[in-house]
Design a binder for this molecule. Structure first.
Ligand code: GRF
Length: 189
């Protein structure tokens, strides 16, 4: 049984998708041992609704150190699912290859500091991109620069709005996130 820790900052629909995939067997032989949020958010409520241990560690300078102390001893994978704090270099290096993140664009484009949530979608639309998508990647000390695990793209419609783009991206995320988790846990796709 693999032990996953999920970090969230927001509504947690990706967390919900992971919970559902574990419950329905799409992600086999795994459990979420802990959900950690860096602020009050609905992601914490989703965890508690499924009797998953959930903890708030307030964002700030000592977040990474406190996270390290809070991690269960046997943690196979740390999944950032809409998580907005930056993990420090020391933390990223000590868990190298064990932390993954989902990003709402086709990295390496539209990543880096300040590129999160609606900021990403606004930039993509402003640049008249023909395509967008989502990327699951390993986390290293450089923001959004770790090795790509899975990516899926789609065509942007001529009348695309921020809302319609965000919705399409979530749908792609719900498809590739469980597959990427299985891939890094060594479960065949
Ligand atoms: C997702 O679009 C993810 O790519 C980004 O933040 C969003 C989180 O959405 N990092 P949710 O909280 O999982 O609904």
């Amino acid at each position: 049984m693999k032990n996953i820790v999920v970090l969230v900052s927001g509504g947690g629909t990706n967390l919900q998708r992971i919970i559902d995939c574990i419950e329905n067997g799409e992600i086999p032989n795994a459990r979420i041992s802990l959900v950690i949020a860096d602020r009050e958010c609905f992601g914490l409520v989703r965890a508690r609704n499924h009797n998953i241990a959930a903890q708030l560690i307030p964002r700030g300078k000592s977040f990474s150190a406190e996270l390290k102390n809070a991690l269960p001893e046997h943690t196979d994978l740390i999944v950032l699912a809409g998580f907005l704090s930056i993990l420090n270099k020391e933390f990223c290096e000590s868990f190298n290859g064990k932390i993954i993140n989902i990003h709402p664009a086709l990295l390496p484009k539209y990543g880096g500091k300040g590129m999160w949530g609606h900021h990403v979608h606004e930039a993509v639309l402003a640049a008249n991109e023909k395509q967008s998508g989502a990327t699951v990647h390993y986390v290293n000390a450089e923001i959004d620069e770790g090795q790509i695990i899975l990516q899926k793209s789609f065509e942007i419609a001529p009348n695309e709005t921020l809302e319609s783009l965000a919705k399409k991206i979530h749908e792609v995320e719900f498809e590739i996130f469980p597959r990427a988790i299985n891939k890094v846990l060594g479960i065949p796709l």
